[in-house]
Every structure is written in structure tokens, then in C-alpha cells.
Design a protein around this ligand. Structure first.
Ligand code: GLA
Length: 675
């Protein structure tokens, strides 16, 4: 067995032994020892069985170069262990002590404008800095050596939310090495970047710099490669420390916390390096679409872990403190957010953080134990969550099945949003979220896959916006449609090659035969009406297109909708060619939903509730293992028809033909306990 398989098995064993993990970041070094005993007592009261310790403790452990202050850590690990609380021990490398930057300014990152960032906040390190990497490695090795066999330590947490981008000289050196590896020689780079444009030809790799402040637009290929490089660089920081922990003989699973669709790390390349995928999720209570948007992130995490359960490593129990205006979550809302993650495959529900900071930058960020103390609705809410999670122990380790893949590629996202394109109003995430919402409203989860991934198992493949598609991926889509899968492709897909060079020929060059149509010229567009073909209807008062349109002509495909106004009048906007569907414009929600509904129906893909194609507004339904989760995201009760005799794991009640879900409430209906 590989060490990853063994480590994953260790995670599964932890969950099997304790039930779902529940807890959060715990920063005892920020508190006097007197509070520790109270912390642990209240953790037990709340049902906390798992905490992440030490994320920001570097300066406590190493107050001066080479020092090692372990007493406090020895003591708290022992206390947690005595109380049956498992520890996810962090390498404290996300925030180096101030002395490191003072003694070695080369560890400090440099931003795009050439400004060197200083200590006094956090994340003040350059992932490219050799000095930083050596110091991070040294402290990690020592922590691993000391605690690899500690019975409290059940997991390792490397770094924190890796995302620092450095544009300084060390980053330049590393970028050049990366480029040389990718291109072999400078001629190949010049060709890939088309540096003849604007006289950018390089004579040697030594001349190349990261994108910094420039007089005008950056070469999009340079920018794309720098983003790829920066993600790889951060990943190398992680794998280096992970390997050091493993080399110490530590058998526990090792992870690092992801951040959903985070713009600076291509998690498709990171995921296999984590023994368990873990993620930080902060849906904004002010966002009316938060439930579907976070559901998509949760589907991404499940997909990154190849379908295995994942960990919600951080979330807030009420308000965060980093938005411009921070709305709280009611205890009911916080509970629903946690149960949503469980419903969508999480085996661990954790918060940032256990005890609210008394001072420091995050003094107003909510925590399980707030400033007000245990006599508070927030803490009582935490206790209720702990109790609920115990009732859901049977769900741990179970999986979620789907027939739908949604293709997403970080490189395509990066290249597709480089400035100087037909419109700045086309946002990849906005489009991906719109497409997903249509499926979420039907209770259909997706596997989020890279376009080059194996797609044989899917009956529906969605490609909301893949600016870059490899030839192989385009062929795979054609192959999938030929074997009967429904393939739905959104606008501005298959535009560029892997170096962000525009494919030559009528667009989308690689997909032209598949979609039975081709186009010339993409442009921004003002909102305009669509004329729907007979037999194609949409639940839409005023079907329209906006943002971006492609001058398409049908070449065998059936035109389901065409532009009705102005210069574009008569130009196809929605095409169907057997099993392939293509949108040549950003179409309104109703039209998009109609296309997706037809593709799902053609593939006979339905949601988890018989007879309900579309769920009542604000109801989320997802089946995990043999438990049907129903979440009411609204302020009013919702009735749902279900099979009679299911048992709600949260209440113990048996269902009739209809189950009522109170505002904000959640049901977890088990079929196994079906009587
Ligand atoms: C992130 C970090 C935490 C904390 C929270 C606040 O998730 O990892 O240290 O700053 O944000 O929301």
C-alpha cells in the first residue's frame, strides 16, 4: 500500500472511531494557561472531538533563531488527549516570526508593483525564497520528529490557505527554471508566447521577468504561464513539508486547507498530493445564491478527492470580519451550513475558530466560544451542532453518485479572463454558477472534472466556459456524444490553445463538427431579444442574450434560438446537433435552464425525489449514501413528497408520504432504517 492509501485509511479509521469530526482551529498560545482547562471542558460540552492546533504558532515555538519552545505544546496536546480530543497538528509556516524577515529580507514577498511586504500581519513569505523554505523545513522537521508518534496527533495540517504570489527576484529565478523545463529552449518559448508581437522577443531565459507593473498590457501567454508557475511553486512548498513529515515516520494523514475555486492554486494538480481533501468555506449570508454556490464548491471538493469524503476545515459560526459589511448567521443558519457540507460529502465540520480572539486583526470574527462566553446563543448553537453530528455518524464515509460532469480548468479560467478580450463582463465563475444553479434546483449533483479527465462514466457533460480546450479533450467530447452522452457547451469555449493562442479557423475550431455550426467574430453585446424556434420553449418572459455573442451559422445543427435584434438578427444563438448543444451567446436564465433541462431529459438524468423535476424554490435535496438530505434555505415551511417510512436521523421521526421542513431546518432521511 502506498503511504497515501495508508494515510487515507488512517483518516477513515479516525472517523469510524469517533463519528463525524467536529471542532475547529484552536490557538491556545494566544491565551493564558488558565483558559485551557475551561476550553477543553467546554469543547467536551459542545461535542468537539477534533481541533487544529498551532497554525500561527511559529513565533511562539521559535521566538529567536533556532530556539524551540515545546513546553506549551507538550502540555496542550496532553490535555487534549486526556479529554479524547484528536489533534490536527499544523506546521506553523504561514506566518514566520518578525526576526526572519529582519535578518533575511529575501524571505519577504514582493508585489506586482515591486513593494516588499513586511511582518506585522501574516503570510509575509515568498514561496520562492530558499531561506524561507529552509527555515520552514527546519521547524517542520523538528515538530514532526517530536510529535510523529504522539497519541493526540491524528492528522497534519501543512501551512494555511497557500496563496501567496511573489513577483520578486527569487520568484523570477524560479519562473525561469520552470519555463526552461516547460519549453526546453528559448525559441520554443518565443513561439509559444508569440513574442514577435510588440517586440517582446527574448534572447535568453535570463531576460524573462514575472509580470510586474508594466506600461501597458501584459502578454497573455506570459501571464498564464506565471499563474501556472505560481500555483506549482506553492504546491512545491506544500509537498516539501509533507514529505518531511512523512520522512519522520509520521503515519497520520496530511492535508492543507483549500479555498474552493481559489484563483491562485490549480487544485486539480494539488488534490492528489493531499491524503484527504480539506477546504475553507465562507458563504456570505448576504448572498441570495450562497446555498447553490457553496454546494458547487462542495461538489468540487468531493470531485478533487475522487469521490471520497472531504473535510470542511474552516467556516464561520456567525459573522466573519473581513468583508466590508459582515452579516451574522443565526444558529439555525450556521447549523444548516454545516449539515449542507455533511449532505454533500464532508466527514469533518470545523470552524475558524474555537475561541474568539480577544484582540488582534480578527477580534470581531465569530467563534464557537464568543467573547460573551458559554452563555450565548452562538455557543448553544455549537453544542446543538455537536449533538446533531453525533446523530449522523452513520453517514460518515458514504459517497454521492452522479451521472453529470461539469468541466472546469484553472488554466482556461486564467487565460479566459486576461484583459483585452471581447468583453470584461464575461466571468467564468458567474457562468459556472448559473449553469450549476439549474442542476442544484433539480437536486442533481455534479462531478467537477478537468476537461482532460476520463469522462466515460457520464451521461451528461457540461462545459459552461472552457476558453482553452486541448484537442484530446475536444475529441473526447465528440466521442462522448457519439456514445450517447449529452454534451452542452457554453459560449467562448474552445477558443485558445494551451499557450493562450487563438485557434485559427471558423470557431469553435475543434468543436465545429460536433456542434453542427461554426462562427466568426466574438463580440460584446448589449442585451437583445431571442427568437425561440417552434417546439423550443423556455420559462422566460423575455428570452434574451447579453454580454457576449458569436456570429454563428448553422452547418447541420438545429437552431433552437436566434438573435432577434439589430445587426445580429437571425444569427443562431442556441444550436442542437444530436447529442451536442451549443450556446453562441450568454443566454438568459430561462433559456439556459430550458437547454439544460432538455439535455438532462434526453439522458434520463433526474433528481432524488420522484416526480419532482424542479424542487420547490430554496429547497436543496441531495442523496448521500442511503440518506436523503432535504435542506430548507427559505424563511417558510416546505412540504416534500417522499417514500413513507423513512427515518429522520436528526429527530428519530418516521416519515409519512409528505415531509414538512420548517424554515431553515434540515432533514436527513435514512432508507436503511426504512421500516
Ligand atoms: C481563513 C484563515 C483563518 C482565518 C479565517 C477568517 O480561512 O485560514 O486563519 O483568518 O480565514 O475567516
Amino acid at each position: 500500500m502506498s503511504s497515501t492509501t495508508t494515510a487515507r485509511a488512517a483518516f477513515d479509521a479516525l472517523i469510524a472511531e469517533r463519528g463525524l469530526a467536529f471542532g475547529g482551529d484552536y490557538n491556545p498560545e494566544q491565551w493564558p494557561r488558565e483558559t485551557w482547562r475551561e476550553d477543553v471542558r467546554l469543547m467536551r460540552e459542545a461535542g468537539v472531538n477534533f481541533v487544529t492546533v498551532g497554525v500561527f504558532s511559529w513565533a511562539t515555538i521559535e521566538p529567536r533563531p533556532g530556539a524551540r519552545e515545546w513546553d506549551w505544546l507538550d502540555e496542550i496536546l496532553a490535555l487534549l488527549h486526556e479529554n479524547g480530543i484528536a489533534v490536527d497538528l499544523a506546521t506553523p509556516v504561514a506566518s514566520p516570526p518578525p526576526w526572519l524577515g529582519i535578518q533575511h529580507p529575501d524571505v519577504l514577498p514582493v508585489d506586482r508593483d515591486g513593494v516588499r511586504l513586511i511582518a506585522g500581519s501574516r503570510n509575509q513569505f515568498s514561496p520562492a525564497s530558499r531561506t524561507y523554505r529552509e527555515h520552514a523545513l527546519a521547524i517542520t522537521r523538528d515538530i514532526a520528529a517530536r510529535y510523529a508518534e504522539h497519541p493526540a496527533v491524528r492528522m497534519w495540517h501543512v501551512g494555511n490557505e497557500y496563496g501567496q504570489i511573489d513577483h520578486g527576484d527569487e520568484a523570477a529565478r524560479e519562473f525561469r527554471i520552470w519555463l526552461e523545463r516547460r519549453y526546453g529552449g528559448i525559441d520554443a518559448l518565443n513561439a509559444a508566447w508569440n513574442t514577435a508581437f510588440w517586440s517582446q522577443r527574448y534572447d535568453s531565459f535570463d531576460e524573462i521577468l514575472p509580470p510586474r507593473r508594466m506600461p501597458y498590457l501584459v502578454n497573455p501567454a506570459q501571464s498564464l504561464d506565471f499563474r501556472r508557475h505560481s500555483s506549482d511553486q506553492l504546491l512545491a512548498c506544500y509537498t516539501e513539508l509533507r514529505d518531511a513529515i512523512r520522512a519522520s515516520g509520521a503515519p497520520q494523514p496530511i492535508t492543507t486547507n483549500f479555498m474552493g475555486f481559489f484563483a491562485h492554486a490549480d487544485y486539480h494538480s494539488w488534490a492528489a498530493e493531499a491524503d484527504v481533501v480539506s477546504d475553507d468555506q465562507y458563504p456570505d449570508p448576504a448572498n441570495p445564491d450562497a446555498a447553490s454556490e457553496i454546494a458547487l464548491v462542495q461538489d468540487l471538493m468531493r470531485s478533487l478527492g475522487r469521490g471520497r469524503s472531504w473535510m470542511l476545515m474552516e467556516q464561520s459560526i456567525s459573522a466573519v470580519s473581513w468583508r466590508e459589511h459582515n452579516l451574522p448567521k443565526s444558529p439555525l443558519r450556521a447549523r444548516r451550513d454545516s449539515l449542507q457540507a455533511v449532505a454533500r460529502g464532508a466527514d469533518a465540520i470545523c470552524f475558524f475558530q474555537w475561541r474568539q480572539a480577544r484582540s488582534g486583526a480578527e477580534r470581531f470574527h465569530s467563534s464557537m466560544l464568543p467573547h460573551a462566553g458559554a452563555d450565548s446563543d452562538v455557543f448553544r448553537g455549537a453544542c446543538r451542532q455537536g449533538a446533531d453530528l453525533q446523530k449522523l455518524a452513520a453517514v460518515a464515509g458514504t459517497e454521492i453518485a452522479t451521472d453529470v460532469a461539469l468541466l472546469f480548468d484553472w488554466s482556461a479560467w486564467w487565460a479566459g479572463e486576461e484583459p483585452a478580450r471581447p468583453t470584461e463582463r464575461l466571468s467564468t465563475m458567474e457562468q459556472v454558477n448559473r449553469w450549476y444553479r439549474s442542476l442544484w434546483r433539480r437536486g442533481i449533483p455534479v462531478d467537477v472534472r478537468h476537461p482532460d479527465a476520463e469522462l466515460d462514466d457520464y451521461r451528461v457533460i457540461l462545459v459552461p466556459h472552457a476558453y482553452i480546450l486541448s484537442d484530446a479533450a475536444a475529441q473526447a467530447l465528440a466521442g462522448a456524444a457519439a456514445r450517447g452522452a449529452q454534451v452542452v457547451i457554453g459560449p467562448f469555449s474552445g477558443v485558445a490553445d494551451e499557450n493562450a493562442g487563438i485557434l485559427q479557423g471558423r470557431s469553435p475550431v475543434q468543436l465545429r463538427e460536433l456542434i453542427g455550426a461554426s462562427g466568426e467574430e466574438w463580440s460584446g453585446m448589449l442585451p437583445g431579444a431571442l427568437q425561440l424556434a417552434d417546439g423550443f420553449s423556455a420559462d422566460d418572459d423575455a428570452p434574451r442574450a447579453s454580454i457576449l455573442a458569436e456570429r454563428l451559422r448553422a452547418e447541420g445543427g438545429e437552431v433552437l434560438a436566434a438573435h432577434a435584434d439589430g445587426d445580429l438578427a437571425g444569427i443562431p444563438a442556441v444550436i442542437r446537433n444530436d447529442n451536442a448543444w451549443y450556446l453562441g451567446a450568454v443566454v438568459s436564465d430561462g433559456v439556459l435552464d430550458a437547454v439544460l433541462a432538455r439535455a438532462l431529459a434526453a439522458a434520463s438524468v433526474t433528481g432524488p425525489i420522484d416526480g419532482l423535476d424542479t424542487l420547490p424554490d430554496g429547497l436543496e435535496a441531495v442523496r448521500r449514501g442511503d440518506v436523503l438530505f432535504l435542506l430548507n434555505h427559505t424563511q417558510h415551511p416546505i412540504d416534500v413528497p417522499v417514500t413513507a417510512g423513512l427515518v429522520d436521523l436528526l429527530t428519530g421521526e418516521e416519515t409519512g408520504d409528505i415531509v414538512g421542513i420548517a424554515p431553515g431546518d434540515v432533514r436527513a432521511l435514512s432508507e436503511r432504517q426504512h421500516r
